[in-house]
Design a protein around this ligand. Structure first.
Ligand code: SF4
Ligand code: SF4
Length: 304
């Protein structure tokens, strides 16, 4: 029995994706994440609730937002225009902005509303062997909404996948994953100190959970390859060796770092944490890391 009234906060539904699972997929992006990875390409996903963003090139300097904000959070003298320490993301300024220079990212929706949207591509899922992939943010940070949405997808016979950091309680893992056909689990680094420095959290529970998940459903391990964090043979080998403790791992995917999310940090009034890093990782390095994984007999590909 699906609870179609269960509600949660999402910030996007991406259609016709060829990544994040087999076939052609539709991807609801959940708000909220317990990690804060320095290389996050969806920084607008990290806060759990809808939040304010500002696109300066659309602003016509009418001042309506400044008059409207009761928290004095907007000022022309602020280099980011919005003082996010004062802003409470009430959305009042976005409502009066005539050009949508100020806009809210994220909205509260029910399972019923999301399913109506996903339904539009039902024939595409069937023809391509695709389905639905929950992404984010971290879908497990909204466990009831994620579970009901997955149950609704399963009741329609759609293939389900979830892209996850693996950080959630044991109870959440055990309640969500029976409705998941494919888990795409991120493992960033095995060394706990390096993990904490770069994501803000400890990885002990994550590593326990990815093993747990692999015993419930088919799993692909994804490694975001980040210069200065894990782009060396030793770090990647450590992750590959760890996956041998898991069950049912289909493959390891190495995802080379990119800076596509950089402009979104400015729209959120934040400094991009990877500013001083090179924009991308060279192909020779990526190929050598792939070979290192394959030495252990684990299928490996570059990209997801
Ligand atoms: S979202 Fe609300 S608090 Fe934030 S700047 Fe706009 S009006 Fe002010
Ligand atoms: S309301 Fe919109 S267009 Fe007017 S000053 Fe504010 S951000 Fe700019």
């Amino acid at each position: 029995m699906v609870n179609y009234d269960a509600a949660g906060v999402i910030f996007n539904i991406q259609r016709y994706s060829l990544h994040d699972g087999p076939g052609i997929r539709t991807i609801p992006f959940f708000k909220g994440c317990p990690l804060a990875c320095k290389w996050c390409s969806n920084p607008e996903s990290q806060k759990p609730n809808p939040e304010l963003m500002f696109q300066p090139d659309k602003c016509v300097h009418c001042g309506k937002c400044i008059e409207t904000c009761q928290y004095s959070a907007i000022s022309h003298s602020n280099p980011f225009f919005v003082d996010h320490d004062r802003c409470v993301d009430c959305g009042a300024c976005a409502e009066v902005c005539p050009t949508s220079a100020l806009f809210m990212k994220g909205k509260r929706v029910t399972v019923k509303e999301v399913i109506q949207e996903l339904q539009k591509d039902e024939s595409t899922y069937r023809r391509s062997g695709g389905g639905i992939t929950l992404s984010g943010g971290e879908a497990l940070s909204q466990p009831e909404f994620a579970t009901e949405l997955l149950k609704a997808c399963k009741s329609k016979g759609w293939h389900t996948a979830i892209e996850t950091t693996g950080l959630a309680s044991k109870e959440v893992i055990e309640s969500v994953f029976p409705f998941v056909d494919l888990a795409l689990v991120d493992i960033k680094v095995i060394n706990p100190q390096v993990h904490r420095e770069n994501t803000g959290v400890d990885n002990r529970l994550i590593l326990e959970n990815v093993i747990r998940i692999s015993y419930i459903t088919e799993t692909i391990v994804r490694i975001p390859v980040i210069i200065g964090v894990n782009n060396d043979l030793q770090s990647i080998r450590a992750i590959a060796e760890f996956t041998q403790l898991m069950h049912n791992v289909k493959a390891i995917h190495l995802l080379p770092y990119h800076n596509y999310g950089e402009n979104k940090y400015a729209l959120l009034g934040r400094i991009y944490p990877m500013k001083s890093h090179p924009d991308s990782i060279d192909t020779i390095t990526m190929n050598s890391l792939k070979i290192e994984v394959e030495k252990l007999g684990i299928p490996c590909q570059i990209g997801g």
